[in-house]
Write a protein that binds this ligand. Structure first.
Ligand SMILES: NC(=O)c1ccc[n+]([C@@H]2O[C@H](COP(=O)([O-])OP(=O)(O)OC[C@H]3O[C@@H](n4cnc5c(N)ncnc54)[C@H](O)[C@@H]3O)[C@@H](O)[C@H]2O)c1
Length: 440
């Protein structure tokens, strides 16, 4: 190991121990903001960077813009004097460690959109200084850190493993899960050098219960993809079984409850109206794309994608059947969708299958309304810009059908017995023999 970086390693480790290392987090979203908070709460001087000035202003005023992160937490962080948010990248040179948590979506051809990572690395390369640790946390294909990130950072004239350290450490955030928070989820870390690994692990051990080191950044990148592919494939499997069992007159929910009593070799996954969120519908295709470079077809991933994306069509066909039993056509019917968020008790509606269901129902001539206590007004989105501005409607008998798409606690607690219209339940929310409930 060349002189420069070896000599700063011990200083860096000491700074982490003494909590005098300054931490920069780029991208203050669902992942970056809690990460930044963790460092602040452990006593590290921290700076958050984002291109969205509105978010930076809100945070500076102590206001959170993410429902499950209370403003009181931000207020406390700001009051501690250790939290600062900015759009000015020139402050990056004050940081000892720079952690990047920017979006990694798919483009319209369903290929990795690396533009956010590239833009961020370009900014970092303008301000990088010797001795810094740069970590990518965004979910991405194996090879991103070595093949994409490092060359951009080296445009600065500095050299990786000689002048600065690089690591990849994926996020395992499960927003709004009270059992698992950033602090108690083990964190996987891979680096481009043993020194970088040692520093990155020491740093993360200040905020998480344990770190898990792997031999390379590629292995760390692959670990995150494997976890999410595992979910996508198993959700597809249970969705396929739901359709199959339904034809046989078997309730998949009852079967899952029975199967999960097996103390080994089985893990419950639950069916639904399709996949949603920023991760599971997207991340597997990062591997599919990269695998093509190696001449490998990822057939399980493709099949799971097909099954999961077909679920909204299945739900709509069930809506038609249920209305038919009522002597009604879908065309002209008024339908209320319960839940726009992709999962329970969050306000995150990114990639939510509810929008696809809404679109399919409207294409077939239904009048569609929604209710979601977490999404009072639909925000502008890239995929469904025409729905922006629609507002949440009350739950009542003024519809021909209610379609439950998200198992919010508010719906689980609801007394459905006053509803005389049919309810199509994709999440097993309605319990007991109340009213006309149909599964989808
Ligand atoms: N949300 C999750 O539950 C979750 C879980 C695990 C991993 N991830 C991964 O973490 C990464 C971030 O996801 P997220 O959900 O936090 O996204 P997000 O959209 O909530 O936040 C990203 C933030 O980055 C900002 N940003 C975009 N370009 C920027 C730039 N050039 N410089 C500075 N800021 C920039 C955006 O304004 C936004 O505030 C993604 O790769 C995602 O796949 C997300």
């Amino acid at each position: 190991m060349p002189e420069t970086i070896a000599s700063v390693k011990d200083d860096f480790l000491l700074k982490i121990e003494e909590k005098s290392a300054i931490i920069g987090v780029i991208g203050l979203g669902y992942v970056g903001l809690p990460l930044l908070n963790c460092f602040v709460e452990k006593g590290f001087q921290s700076i958050g960077f984002d291109v969205d000035e509105k978010k930076v202003i809100a945070l500076t005023e102590g206001k959170s813009y993410i429902k499950h992160i209370p403003s009181s937490r931000i207020e406390k962080a700001v009051a501690s004097g250790k939290f600062r948010a900015t759009i000015d990248y020139s402050d990056l040179d004050q940081c000892d460690a720079i952690l990047m948590a920017v979006p990694t979506p798919l483009n319209k051809n369903r290929e990795p959109d690396m533009s956010y990572v590239i833009a961020t690395c370009e900014e970092v390369s303008k301000h990088i200084r010797p001795g810094q640790l740069i970590v990518l946390e965004s979910t991405t294909y194996p090879g991103t850190t070595d093949e994409l990130m490092v060359p951009i950072l080296e445009n600065s004239g500095l050299k990786v493993n000689r002048d600065f350290y690089v690591a990849f450490s994926p996020e395992r955030e499960d927003p709004n899960n009270p059992t698992f928070t950033t602090e108690n989820i083990p964190k996987v870390v891979g680096a481009t050098s043993p020194e970088g690994l040692e520093i990155a692990e020491k740093l993360y051990k200040k905020i998480v219960v344990t770190t898990v080191s792997v031999s390379s950044t590629k292995a760390a990148e692959a670990t995150k993809l494997m976890e999410n592919i595992f979910r996508s494939v198993n959700i597809a499997l249970v969705n396929e079984l739901k359709v199959t069992f339904m034809k046989m007159g078997i309730d998949i929910w009852e079967v899952i409850e029975a199967a999960k009593t097996k103390p080994f070799g089985y893990m419950p996954f639950y069916p639904g109206p399709g996949l949603g969120g920023h991760c599971i519908p997207i991340d597997p295709f990062y591997l599919t794309w990269k695998a093509r470079e190696y001449g490998v077809a990822t057939r399980f991933i493709e099949l799971a994608g097909e099954i999961n994306t077909a679920m909204p069509e299945f739900v709509v066909s069930r809506a038609m059947e249920v209305l038919n039993e009522e002597g009604k056509a879908l065309r002209g019917s008024k339908i209320l969708i319960l839940g726009l968020a992709y999962k329970a008790n969050v306000d995150d509606d990114r990639e939510s299958p509810s929008y696809r269901i809404m679109e399919l129902l409207e294409q077939k001539g239904a009048q569609v309304f929604y209710n979601d206590p977490y999404v009072p007004v639909i925000r502008p989105s890239r995929d469904y810009p025409h729905y922006a501005g629609r507002t949440s409607s009350d739950i009542s008998n003024d519809y021909d059908l209610i379609l439950i798409a998200t198992p919010h606690d508010e719906y689980k607690a609801l007394d459905f017995s006053g509803l005389t219209i049919p309810i199509l339940d994709t999440r097993n929310v309605v319990q007991g023999n109340s009213v006309k409930v149909f599964k989808a």
